[in-house]
Design a protein around this ligand. Structure first.
Ligand SMILES: NC(=O)c1ccc[n+]([C@@H]2O[C@H](COP(=O)([O-])OP(=O)(O)OC[C@H]3O[C@@H](n4cnc5c(N)ncnc54)[C@H](OP(=O)(O)O)[C@@H]3O)[C@@H](O)[C@H]2O)c1
Length: 282
């Protein structure tokens, strides 16, 4: 596995991470019946990634997957793993942030969270109040770094400016070959300020793992040049090859797919091939 420094943290994180948002029905069944659907398969998928060097796992209090992450990382050295979780926007008042963090720590069965992210901006809660709680959590060692997710550029700048003692180390945004909105403003801002980007939906929710008539020819040409890489590997590598600060987090729930996605790292598309892929219109 290949590793890159995660923004301003100095921490070496695998260039591909593992996402653990399964789906809405998973959350509902977990909430109502306490059943984690496909539990064993999901844990096996996460463990396969860990065994092969992936050390970045993304979860969230809303996903109901923190307990699976706890199970998967058992037996691994805690300080070699980078756990990213998120606080839901209804928990952004000072005391609620602290309580949500403590609950996540219990579910994750750990003493600290590496990256604590605000899942979505909430206009009803001043960012200064939320960030004050986040900084308190860093001070007492319950979280190591502060991140955001789904913030527009203006909100991102405000999030950074609301922090008094620590830097904003990352944002998490939807980013893949089909959805490149962040390239307009957030991506250049993050490059300039060394803010890492966790790219969610890196496979456009699985769409990019299949060939489409819109880009079949280009993908096939690229497959030939790089030892028959699969469409998913090309789509993930496109994110890696374009920007050092981007870390794709494809969903990890199936060991077969995790194995395939591991091979998306450790190589780079040439500049010419990146241009070819950039020019695809979907
Ligand atoms: N911050 C946010 O608001 C936010 C929102 C959404 C997601 N996220 C995070 O981002 C992660 C990724 O997003 P996502 O799961 O929605 O989208 P994704 O990773 O783009 O796509 C997931 C879909 O692709 C499939 N897949 C994965 N690897 C594959 C492969 N090699 N070949 C074929 N299919 C493959 C998965 O199936 P299998 O599961 O069967 O492998 C799943 O159906 C989430 O798990 C979560 O951690 C964050």
């Amino acid at each position: 596995m290949e590793y890159k420094i995660f923004g301003k943290t100095g921490f070496k994180v695998s260039s591909i991470g593992m996402g653990t948002y399964y789906d809405f029905s998973y959350i509902i069944v977990s909430r109502i019946f306490g059943i984690k659907m496909h539990r064993e398969r999901s844990i096996a998928a996460l463990r396969l990634g860990l065994e092969n060097g992936i050390n970045l796992i993304d979860t969230a209090e809303i996903y109901e997957t923190e307990p699976l992450v706890a199970e998967a990382i058992k037996g691994y050295k805690r300080d070699e793993i980078f756990i990213a979780t998120k606080v839901w926007p209804t928990h952004l008042r000072y005391n609620n942030v602290i309580k949500a963090c403590e609950n996540s720590l219990k579910r994750l069965q750990t003493n600290y969270i590496d990256l604590y992210q605000i899942h979505w901006y909430n206009p009803r809660v001043p960012l200064e109040e939320t960030m004050k709680a986040m900084e308190y959590l860093v001070d007492v060692g319950k979280i190591r770094y502060i991140g955001i997710s789904n913030f527009n550029l203006e909100q991102t700048i405000r999030a950074q400016n609301s922090l008094k003692k620590y830097d904003l180390v990352s944002t998490q945004m939807r980013y893949n070959l089909l959805e490149r909105n962040i390239e307009k403003d957030i991506l250049p801002y993050c490059i300039k300020n060394n803010i890492a980007i966790l790219a969610y939906y890196p496979l456009a929710h699985g769409k990019l793992s299949k060939l489409s008539p819109n880009y079949e020819n280009i993908f096939k040409e690229i497959q030939k040049k790089y030892g028959n890489k699969t469409p998913a590997q090309i789509a993930l590598n496109w994110l890696l090859s374009k920007h050092d600060i981007v870390f794709p987090i494809p969903r990890a729930s199936n060991p077969v797919h995790v194995k395939e996605n591991l091979e998306a790292a450790g190589w780079r598309l040439s500049k010419e091939d990146l241009v070819l892929l950039d020019e695809i219109t979907f």
